[in-house]
Structures are given as C-alpha cells and as structure tokens.
Design a protein around this ligand. Structure first.
Ligand SMILES: [Zn+2]
Length: 261
C-alpha cells in the first residue's frame, strides 16, 4: 500500500483532509484458467487491509493518522483482512471461472482450506526459535568475545529445540537483527501480529457471522479508524473486550490440543 496523502483534521481553517491511497500489485499471470493464484489473492486482501487502514482513518493529528501505529499493530488490519478471502460468501462471488462463470467447486475449496495447515508444526518451530534467539541476543549486556555458534546452541538447547528442525534464520544471516533498529528484538512481531489477527477474526466467529455488523462497527471504530490516537492495547481491548489470546492462532495453524485428538 502506498499513501500519497494522510487523513487529518488538524487545521480548522482547512478542515478535513481526505486520504489518498494506492495499491499497485505486480501479479504474475496465472497458468491455465487461473487468473490470480490463491496466494496472490491473499496478498491483494492483505494490501487492501492496509489501504482500508489509511482510508478509514478518522483522527485529528497527521502524526497518528492511519497506518502510523507500532510495527506489530500495523499488520493487524492487513492480516485480519486476509481472513475474509476464504469465506464462502467471498469465494462464491469472486472465485468464479473466467469462462464458464461457475463458482469454485465445494470440493476444491475444502482441499484448499485443508492444505492451509500443512507443515505448520515445522514452520512454527523454525520461526519461533529464531524469534527467541533474537530476544535472547538483545538481553546480552556486552558483545566482547561473543561466540554466535556457541550462543545459538546454548539457547536452542535451553528451549528444547528438536534436532530435526533448524532455525529459519541462523545468526550469521539474520538480517532483521543487524540491518537496523527497526526489527532488532522485534522479529517475533510477525507472529504476534498473527496472534492478534486470528483472535480478532475469532470475534466474528463468536458472533456467528463473518460479516456481523456490530462486531465490524467496533472494529472500524477502534482499529481501522483509530490510527495511533490511543495505545494499541487500549484500542484492541475497546474492540475485543479483552487482550488477544493465542488460542485462535494455534487453531488456525492446526496446532490446538483438540486438533491432535
Ligand atoms: Zn503488511
């Protein structure tokens, strides 16, 4: 998402400044009858979630407008929006064959969704191990005599890392840690955003409808329109009634205890 102008309402003489937002998606042409792959459709929804964050902004100060929120919170509106892609209502209307006009067959949708949890145990462990090593590294008080290989081995043994899985990013090529200050000790934030988006979408499941109007209105008011006008924790609690819980993420990745039964 690119923002050309942020929403604001700071100068009473000028009044409301409306946002100008653009999404340009450079998607490859799909093979055969597929005009847009499911992954690309997900990216489209992701970026549209960012766009909505900018477009629905309703704040006074430009400094806290739209997507001007902390790094983990800025991925909530985008990652959350991805969840609507896989709803029967959206697929039924948009995932139609470009020649026959027929909707995607039920069996294909089921296979697509069933494949979503493939290899998630591996993916989760390789990611979390890197995130934990990153955090541990930033707890060090000095770099004198630092031995990356020994440090890595010590942390991995402490967290009980399975021998069969490697870290997603080992220390020597862990760009997030060294490229700048933005992501140092912050690699965990991708999955923390996922905890939030899974938990937030679960509010709609609890309401019994992915398009529940009351839940959507709370989401629009406290998240999509709120920019950085309040602490993200307060914004989330105002929407959800409590802080995010990890259950929906585990369920989404097929890792909840009930899935193993
Ligand atoms: Zn994003």
């Amino acid at each position: 998402m690119s923002g050309f102008r942020d929403q604001e309402n700071f100068d009473d003489k000028i009044g409301e400044v409306r946002p100008i937002v653009m999404n340009t998606c450079n998607f490859a042409k799909g093979a055969d009858a597929t005009l847009l792959t499911f992954d690309d459709a997900r990216t489209l929804f992701h970026e549209f979630g960012h766009a909505l964050h900018g477009l629905l902004s309703d704040v006074r100060y430009p400094y806290v407008s739209g997507t001007s929120v902390p790094r983990d919170f800025v991925e909530l509106p985008s990652q959350l929006f991805e969840h609507w892609l896989a709803t029967p209502e959206v697929l039924g209307e948009f995932a139609i064959h470009y020649r026959t006009g027929r909707a995607m067959p039920e069996a294909l949708i089921e296979r697509l969704l069933a494949a979503e949890t493939f290899n998630q145990g591996f993916a989760t462990v390789e990611y979390v191990s890197s995130a934990l090593v990153d955090l541990e590294m930033h707890l060090l008080t000095g770099a004198e005599g630092f031995d990356p290989t020994g440090f890595e081995a010590e942390v991995l043994s402490r967290i009980g890392m399975p021998a069969e899985i490697v870290m997603r990013h080992r220390i020597p090529h862990f760009q997030h840690v060294f490229a700048g200050d933005g992501y140092s000790a912050g690699y965990y934030s991708y999955m923390w955003s996922e905890v939030m988006d899974a938990d937030a979408f679960d509010a709609f499941r609890e309401a019994g409808d992915p398009f529940d109007a009351a839940t959507a209105a709370r989401l629009a008011e406290h998240v999509y329109a709120a920019g950085g006008r309040q602490d993200p924790a307060d914004a989330y609690v105002a929407f959800r009634g409590r802080m995010p819980e990890v259950g929906p993420l585990l369920k989404g990745r097929g890792l909840a205890a009930e899935d193993a039964a």
